[in-house]
Design a protein around this ligand. Structure first.
Ligand code: ATP
Ligand code: MG
Length: 422
């Protein structure tokens, strides 16, 4: 049996908190069985790696692993997605279609956000869990499948049961074993470690020197509530890596990136979290654009001065402030930016395998800058719509890649697509 440490290496999981180690240990123990597992924990704690570990360490590893985000599939199509449909079952069903439970026969299905499943789908799921039987939509022929189910949720399932949104019998079938991932605020010793890993990753991605925290900034990081958990920490590491010229981050600078309001409130609710994720990403883009525009104006001014007044020394003296603003305060800073890669701290932690496809080229990320500038008169909504359209076009409609590029969840992207009728 692989050790917890080896699994962490293999799946790019950072941290050493006993609670995290226990969760991984449980995943290793249940993997060889066919027991249903429910992964619980607040949003952004890293639930998605647990079903991958379970599948990879099981006898099913050579068969299919399908991750389904139950919250992102419209209620009207989810039964057909999961169980398939017969030709003619509904308008538009021109072909018989296999569902995930048929395709993943012999493998594992990860039902993410399982608390969002409609009640009618819950009945179908219960049947599969009980005897492996299911019916395609529009068919009366019982089919059999052998699928291991791992589910995850960030909502309180007991509350959902109380409100009759989730069936109690299904809950107990799904949660034969419960693997709980602790929130980041209960993983004090891991916070700085995770930050360093993300700062190192973003330094490589954006080809800039790694941002480093002062001791007091480390304290601020440790005391923050982290309502959005590791996802929020990662976002902040990215914002600092992109926006801060001074690569040593003080407590004061860091505080500017941490939300102050509502830090004592319970964990952030899913919808508002996704929206705030998006607006902060948009803010980064706009700030980068506006900073670039300001630098460009300063450079234009300087060029004009040089054209009008051939004497470089005079221009340099008269525009000392401007030159410092554009090129930094001293020579040292210039050297850092000329040799960014040598200055990059690289932690000897392997890349998260699941994140390989999320790597976005910085050029790509900002190459629509000019288009946005041309359309300055558009409303914020139009700009958002434009960003989404462009991103979808660039990725030939692949939502996963577009969502990663825009820094939002697939679910939020799906909502935006619906909202804008794309
Ligand atoms: N221990 C860890 N080490 C490194 N990165 C991690 C770790 N845990 C989570 N992450 C990263 O944090 C982000 C959020 O993790 P993940 O998507 O698994 O959250 P989640 O628990 O499924 O949240 P939600 O309930 O909102 O879907 C991902 O980018 C993931 O790679
Ligand atoms: Mg998730």
């Amino acid at each position: 049996m692989e050790s917890v440490q080896a699994i962490k290496q293999r799946f790019g999981i950072i941290g050493n908190t006993p609670l995290l180690n226990r969760a991984i240990e449980k995943a290793i123990q249940v993997a060889p069985t066919d027991i249903s597992v429910l992964v619980t924990g607040e949003s952004g704690v890293g639930k998605e790696s647990i079903p991958k570990i379970i599948h990879q360490l099981s006898h099913r590893k050579h068969n299919k692993y399908i991750a389904v985000n139950c919250g992102a599939i419209p209620e009207g199509t989810i039964d057909s997605e999961l169980f398939g449909h017969e030709k003619g079952a509904f308008t538009g069903a021109t072909q018989t279609r296999q569902g995930y439970f048929e395709v993943a026969d012999g493998g594992t299905i990860f039902l993410d956000e399982v608390g969002e499943l409609p009640l009618t789908t819950q009945v179908r799921l219960l049947r599969v869990l009980e005897n492996g039987e299911f019916l395609k939509v529009g068919s009366s022929k019982v089919q059999k499948t052998n699928v291991r189910i791992v589910a995850a949720t960030n909502v309180n399932m007991f509350e959902a049961i109380e409100k009759e949104k989730f069936r109690e019998d299904l809950y107990y079938r799904l949660s034969t074993v419960d693997i709980h991932l602790p929130p980041l605020r209960e993983r004090q010793e891991d916070i700085h470690l995770l930050f360093r890993k993300f700062a190192s990753d973003f330094a490589l991605k954006y080809k800039m020197p790694t941002v480093k925290l002062t001791d007091s900034a480390i304290q601020v990081l440790a005391k923050h509530r982290w309502g959005g958990n590791i996802r929020q920490l990662r976002n902040i590491a990215e914002q600092l890596s992109v926006l801060e010229q001074n690569r040593t981050i003080t407590a004061e600078t860091l505080r500017g990136y941490l939300p102050t309001a509502g830090t004592n409130l319970p964990a952030i609710i899913k919808t508002s979290k996704s929206e705030s994720d998006f607006s902060s990403e948009r803010e980064i883009l706009y700030k980068v654009l506006f900073d670039m525009k300001a630098d460009l104006n300063d450079l234009k001014k300087l060029t004009m001065e040089l054209m009008k007044n051939g004497n470089t020394k005079d221009v340099e003296k008269d525009n000392e402030g401007l030159i410092q603003k554009i090129y930094g305060k001293n020579k040292e800073e210039e050297t850092i930016y000329e040799n960014p890669v040598q200055e990059t701290e690289v932690l000897s932690i392997p890349e998260h395998p699941a994140e390989q496809d999320e790597i976005i080229d910085i050029q790509d990320k900002y190459h629509f800058a000019e288009e946005i500038e041309e359309e300055e008169t558009l409303s914020l909504h139009d700009k958002e719509l434009e960003l989404i359209k462009k991103s979808l076009e660039r990725h030939s409609g692949k939502r996963k890649l577009a969502a990663a590029e825009l820094g939002i969840s697939e679910r939020t992207l799906y909502r935006k697509i619906k909202q804008y009728d794309l």
